[in-house]
Design a protein around this ligand. Sequence first.
Ligand SMILES: CC(C)(COP(=O)(O)OP(=O)(O)OC[C@H]1O[C@@H](n2cnc3c(N)ncnc32)[C@H](O)[C@@H]1OP(=O)(O)O)[C@@H](O)C(=O)NCCC(=O)NCCS
Length: 176
Amino acid sequence: MIVELAACAADVRSQAACLLQEAFPQAYARTAREEVDKVTASPCIALGVMRGDELLGMVSARPQYGVTAWELHPLAVKVSLRGRGIGRTLVSELERRVALLGGVTLYLGCDDERGETSLGGVDLYDDLPGRIAAARAWGSHPMPFYRKLGYQIVGVLPDANGSGKPDILMAKRLDA
Ligand SMILES: CC(C)(COP(=O)(O)OP(=O)(O)OC[C@H]1O[C@@H](n2cnc3c(N)ncnc32)[C@H](O)[C@@H]1OP(=O)(O)O)[C@@H](O)C(=O)NCCC(=O)NCCS
């Protein structure tokens, strides 16, 4: 069942914080609760997939250009339950709700800090268009997941996380 995290009890919000810590240990080791508070506050949308009392995954988005372009962040599915369609379910429902609120574009940044894509560890100022056209990923990097859902690479911020560690911007046009 899909729920709005803003309307959920404290226990579910605690599970959301644990999910973020599990999925992004470096980013949210100490700040997961604050992040859950942020993404469940207006004007953000935050959704969760529940099985009984258990939160299996979560996603959020925030409007960034009026209501037309929204940034998806964060998205996390329990490690033990990945590959079962939960991520797709969350993003599809998020897209539907964002479109209803006037969203035309949903976009996200998927950093490559561990050399898990062909855009990491190279000089992106050398033939950036060619490198974007040939981009691929391996390991657990989410680029292939987003591509399966129709997202395209629309830009790259070279060295965003340090030399050779770019942020990869992906976006999708939403159905009206
Ligand atoms: C990315 C993430 C949310 C995907 O969730 P998920 O529930 O495992 O994904 P789904 O099962 O819905 O996958 C949908 C499709 O993408 C594919 N896919 C998912 N992750 C993939 C990966 N890393 N590489 C290649 N394909 C992948 C699935 O095989 C599936 O393909 P199919 O429709 O042909 O069967 C999950 O792996 C996760 O929580 N990762 C850690 C946090 C993270 O990276 N978040 C995104 C930050 S930008």
